[in-house]
Design a protein around this ligand. Structure first.
Ligand code: HEM
Length: 333
């Protein structure tokens, strides 16, 4: 779902379509890049080893990046040709059209500049790698937490099923402000399971001092442990429990927009996730639709409360034992 969502945002097409061999190859290679990016690399600790690349991580990553670039390059070239043929500069439809149609410079003193093919390719690739695993792992954790906490699941299902007058009515973006508990479920999921538990590595541009207590020298690589911040008992009551209510009943509920430093699943500041507005709509729409239209059971008759909720660290924080849930269509009372 996440991959097709980004495919539509970028290229206006379902890349995971049985007719699109290139789409599934692209998914495979971007997935491999994410896999290698999450592997511990001794060369990060001993920079002298970078050149030797003892585990072959750089070489393998480069291989998959180049294959993914080749495929994305074909999509981009095809679109550029269509635009050229149809002279469709004004018809801005999707992200790729915006990138292809971009003209920098002021057009008076400066020559108009365009993004190079490589720049567009890198941007496209980054959107897919940054947006796929983060979204799927959050959806997996949200459903797992709901199954693990059946009373919360029932509460959410009852709210959603009574909200709509007709079962044919679809959950839409404009419904979300009327369903704060649904958004609270997503927030609580991101508090406990931020998909990027250390954000992405940052580097101090200059030496800085924090609370006169710590000095971060220039060029230091900084990892922010938002996983631990989200479970800090000094901030959160019952920090390890899944309680979406805290985002409703708390007189000053924290938000994930980057201003509340106790809750930073999307980061903060100028490098924070640019897709927060997208993710904060897509995640509740997906989970809301799934739990409204289906009841859920676990494979092998396992009870939700007995589910293994262990985590596995990689570039994203995944469930150690992948969730195997069986949807049972809900036909009304
Ligand atoms: C559950 C959903 C998501 C979460 C929790 C999330 C979280 C994050 C975080 C923590 C960062 C790094 C911020 C920092 O270090 O300060 C980031 C960066 C980024 N995210 Fe997301 N993300 C999500 C979904 C998406 C989606 C769907 C897309 C694309 C469609 C996306 C595109 C990006 C990009 C391009 C960056 C890099 C920005 C930069 O380097 O300046 N993210 N995201």
């Amino acid at each position: 779902m996440a991959f097709n969502l980004i495919g539509n945002l970028m290229f206006s097409r379902d890349l995971l379509d049985p007719d699109s061999k290139r789409g599934s190859e692209f998914l495979y290679h971007t997935g491999k890049v994410m896999e290698f990016a999450g592997k511990p690399n001794v060369a990060d600790f001993f920079p002298l080893l970078r050149f030797i690349d003892p585990q072959g991580i750089r070489r393998k990553t480069q291989f998959h990046v180049e294959r993914a670039f080749e495929i994305a390059g074909e999509f981009i070239k095809e679109r550029a040709e269509v635009r050229e043929r149809e002279r469709s500069d004004e018809k801005t439809k999707d992200y790729l059209d915006v990138l292809l149609g971009f003209r920098g410079g002021d057009g008076v003193d400066e020559e108009p500049t365009r993004f190079s093919a490589r720049d567009i390719n890198v941007t496209v690739f980054e959107m897919f790698t940054a947006g796929t695993d983060t979204t799927t792992s959050t959806l997996e954790w949200a459903l797992a937490e709901l199954l693990h906490n059946p009373r919360t699941l029932t509460k959410l299902q009852n709210l959603l099923r009574t909200y709509f007058k007709s079962p044919n009515q679809k959950l839409k973006e404009e419904d979300l402000p009327n369903l704060p508990y649904l958004s609270a479920v997503i927030m609580e999921t991101l508090r406990l399971h931020p998909p990027l538990p250390f954000l992405v590595p940052h580097k101090a541009m200059s030496t800085c001092h924090i609370f006169d207590k710590y000095t971060i020298p220039k060029e230091t690589q900084v990892l922010v442990n938002v996983w631990a911040i989200g479970r800090d008992p000094a901030t959160w009551v019952d920090p390890n429990m899944f309680k979406p209510e805290r985002f409703i009943t708390d007189p000053n509920p924290r938000d994930f927009k980057g201003q509340d430093y106790e809750f930073l699943p999307f980061g903060s500041g100028r490098r924070m996730c640019p897709a927060l507005p997208l993710a904060s709509r897509v995640l509740p729409l997906a989970i809301g639709s799934m739990v409204r239209s289906f009841d859920w059971a676990l494979a092998d008759g396992l009870k939700g409360e007995e589910m293994d909720m262990g985590e596995k660290i990689g570039i994203t924080l995944k469930k150690a034992v992948p969730l195997e849930a069986i949807p049972i269509p809900y036909r009304g009372d």
